[in-house]
Ligand binder design. Structure first.
Ligand code: ZN
Ligand code: ZN
Ligand code: FE
Length: 788
């Protein structure tokens, strides 16, 4: 963090003007300052400004110095100081220390805290029968509770939040006004007398119970196997008993979500350990103030319903992943304690629509899914999904970044004209830059329906307003048909079209605070290429300023486009036919009707309705279907996920299959590239498919083939990186793209690369999947338009 203390002045003068920027509002910062001034005998004032906290202080020089040290060293746990500047000033003769009311400044902005999970102090009160907030579902303090989801404007003060309609009772007001109280200026401060209330309703909207009776009845309904919609922080969630097979199946049918795994909320860490295998890193994430969903290996003895993840093969239980989270609001804590069983906790929406936000909207949209609704009378200002992390080799990585993280910015290594990066089509997030900050939005979703597009535009407006950004540059994906691209192109300003995988590469560099150039191994599903084909198994050498496509998987046909993604057996057939001609089909593909086989064949031969792709994601799909693991999918990456879970390391499974390489004469490139263009390399997979067919014919177990397939990909990556290092001398490898959500692939490839003396970069702050792409777009557009 920046520090601008002029030590010379510090000794001569005994009055200081201090400015602090960062997340310092709504996090107990001013009461902390107030207590410190008492401790050190300091006089003056402190106030919230639009950009942070400002104060003028007087005292004897030694005390002042200690005071300033403590400001940084002892700051409240959820605050984040980005910069602290100290200036000498003339003595003013203050007689006391005051907290002044906030000042709004034109054009200025401040960092906003994400919502924070209920703290231990509040939990203790919540379950203390003597406390006036005993079992009150909206208990919070300056260290915890809602923030971003209730803010309409800055400075962060109660009238600017959705708590504005609730007038504090005298008891709450006293806490709010007392600088020594834990709830001093806690904007959402509330109690049963004056704050929001819960109501239990049936699916027709009739009220059944209020207050604590609503809580106890909800718990009873959940224990009976009912599905309850809960109004949470950033939208509705659907809950049911996660050990009740019948209830879970019913939820799946109604939500039209046949296979995609559900997240499970457990009461505490000991209940977490009954169902998942948590290591220290996973436990730290679960317990953190963000309290995300953490994907951990499934414990074999867990009594969770199979329906929690119905498609997952259970040959090797700990190969399966289980999404666990701890309660993060008082409502969750009360319910989990009352029901005493793990609960499914999934977003309140139908299939891929955005999460429902308002009471009326929820009843309308979720009335056919939920049997009951536990609602309350505080508005939600911003939709906010649960965040998801996983813990692979190489360290924890986010998969979905939302609650608990956004809108806290990523630090940039430059300052320039403000950019709005519009993001990709799937798993969209957008990114606004200002000063040295990249405000990457919370997860928006798949831009494939009107509700999501509205949510996207509303959230862009909110971020522009909160952070006072007027974008001058719009970064869009090169794909002309993406909704986000079209949105960006209709805005007035400069436009930069960014290649999708280049954006992944730049995102990984910005995320890990690296400059590059590096060898970027960018493997994912699909992205529009410079040659207007679909890329996805790429080795891009370069940095945010430019890249060349040094190597890639060979192009293979995608018959019928998206249809082939939903039915991977079509890919398997098309790949086999293209690469091996009239090969004998294995039993796994023989059940496909001859008519469909002939049609596919004709499509591939004549190139009708066929696009060509170098996608690594599609290779996973094709192999998964070929092995008979998953031939039709109901959610993204399902075929690859289930293939990974089958992989079994026993037997010969450590040996790679063969594959081929061939030179590419014309190497594609974009932007500024410092290193010379080498000859490119194409990775050929005919030998790989042939070897898999041979193993299948020999009756080798699917689990062993699945493992050898992963080992082959790791070998392909390591060998290609070695080859590229020989050409250009680069020895840092960045791994990005959705395929690197594959724990097994990371576990195989990272040690292999490190053994070869490569430095390996993996994501830390933003997802390796498309949820991180907007950050990369923003950085690339900056260099393209601003130079350095
Ligand atoms: Zn608290
Ligand atoms: Zn009150
Ligand atoms: Fe991608």
């Amino acid at each position: 963090m920046a520090h601008t203390v002029d030590r010379g002045l510090t000794r001569r003068l005994s009055a200081r003007r201090i400015e602090i920027r960062g997340v310092v509002q709504g996090v107990g910062f001013r009461p902390f300052v107030y207590r410190l001034t008492h401790e050190h005998g300091i006089l003056g004032w402190v106030c919230n400004t639009t950009w942070g906290v400002e104060m003028e202080v007087e005292g004897d020089p030694a005390s002042l110095e200690r005071f300033i040290e403590d400001l940084e060293g002892k700051a409240p746990p959820i605050s984040r100081i980005e910069s602290l500047s100290v200036e000498g000033m003339c003595r003013h003769g203050f007689e006391d220390f005051r907290i002044r009311s906030s000042e709004a400044q034109q054009g200025a902005y401040q960092l906003i805290s994400p919502d924070i999970a209920t703290c231990d102090d509040c939990l203790e009160e919540l379950f203390d029968p003597q406390d006036r907030r005993h079992r009150y579902p909206f208990i919070n303090c300056t260290n915890c509770g809602p923030r971003f989801t209730i803010i309409r404007d800055v400075p962060y003060d109660r009238p600017q939040t959705t708590m504005a309609p609730f007038r504090m009772c005298p008891d709450c007001q006293q806490e709010y006004d007392d600088p020594l109280d834990r709830r001093f200026h806690a904007q959402p401060n509330a109690c049963p007398v004056c704050g929001p209330q819960v109501t239990l309703k049936d699916s027709e909207g009739r009220s059944l119970a209020e207050g604590d009776e609503a809580m106890t009845r909800t718990a009873a309904l959940l224990r009976e196997g009912q599905i309850v919609a809960l109004k949470g922080l950033g939208g509705f969630q659907l809950a049911c008993d996660a050990t009740d097979e019948e209830a879970v199946v019913r939820l799946r049918e109604r939500k039209r979500r046949p296979h995609k795994p559900f997240a499970v909320m457990v009461r505490d860490m000991s209940m977490a350990a009954e169902h998942g295998l948590t290591n220290e890193e996973a436990r730290e994430l679960l317990r953190s103030t963000a309290a995300p969903i953490v994907l951990v290996p499934w414990r074999g003895e867990s009594i969770l319903a199979k329906g929690v993840a119905p498609g997952f093969p259970d040959e090797i239980p700990e190969n399966r992943t289980l999404g666990l989270m701890l309660p993060y609001t008082p409502v969750h804590h009360i319910l989990l304690r009352d029901v005493g069983i793990p609960l499914i906790m999934t977003s309140g929406n139908l299939s891929e629509e955005p999460i429902a936000q308002e009471n009326g909207e929820a009843l309308r949209r979720l009335g056919r899914i939920a049997d009951y609704f536990l609602v309350h009378d505080r508005d939600i200002y911003s939709r906010y999904d649960d965040s998801v992390w996983f813990v692979p080799a190489g360290g924890p990585e986010p998969i979905r970044r939302a609650r608990g993280y956004a809108p806290f910015p990523i630090r940039l290594p430059f300052e320039g004209r403000p950019v709005l990066a519009c993001g990709p089509e799937l798993k969209n997030t957008f990114c606004l830059t200002r000063d040295r900050y990249a405000f990457l939005s919370q997860h928006i979703g798949d831009m494939q329906n009107l509700e999501t597009l509205e949510h996207y535009e509303d959230t862009i407006s909110l971020y522009r307003h909160l952070f006072r950004v007027d974008p001058e540059i719009y970064a869009v994906d090169m794909h002309p048909d993406y909704m986000a691209t079209r949105y960006g192109l209709t805005q007035e300003g400069d436009h930069v079209a960014v290649q999708h995988h280049h954006a992944h590469l730049a995102a990984c560099l910005a995320d890990t605070e690296e400059e590059g150039p590096v060898i970027g191994v960018i493997w994912d599903g699909t992205g529009y290429g410079l040659d207007e084909r679909i890329w996805g198994g790429e080795f891009l050498v370069g940095d945010a300023r430019g890249f060349y496509r040094a190597a890639h998987l060979q192009y293979l046909p995608l018959p019928g486009g998206d249809e082939a993604i939903r039915r991977p057996y079509r890919l398997a057939l098309a790949y086999l036919h293209t690469l091996l001609g009239d090969v004998d089909l294995p039993a796994t593909l023989k059940n496909i009707p001859p008519e469909e086989r002939r049609t596919l064949r004709r499509m591939v031969e004549r190139g009708v309705s066929v696009v060509h792709t170098s996608s690594a994601g599609r290779l996973f799909d094709a192999v998964s279907a070929l092995l008979g693991v998953r031939q039709e999918t109901s959610y993204e990456a399902q075929a690859a996920v289930e293939l990974e879970m089958l992989a079994d390391a026993r037997g010969r499974a450590h040996e790679p299959y063969p594959y081929g390489t061939s030179p590419i004469e014309r190497v594609e490139h974009w932007g500024d590239i410092s290193s010379p263009l080498p000859q490119g390399r194409r990775l050929e997979i005919a030998p790989l498919l042939e070897a898999i067919l041979a193993d299948m014919a020999a009756g080798v177990a699917v689990g062993e083939i699945a493992r050898r397939f992963h080992v082959t990909l790791a070998e392909m990556i390591a060998d290609t990186c070695r080859h590229l290092r020989d050409v250009n001398g680069l020895s840092t490898v960045a791994l990005s793209g959705g395929c690197f959500q594959n724990r097994l692939l990371l576990q195989l490839v990272i040690p292999r690369l490190e053994k070869e003396n490569f430095r390996v970069l993996t994501h830390r702050q933003v997802p390796c999947n498309d949820g991180g792409v907007a950050l990369g777009q923003a950085v690339i557009a900056h260099y393209y338009m601003n130079g350095d």
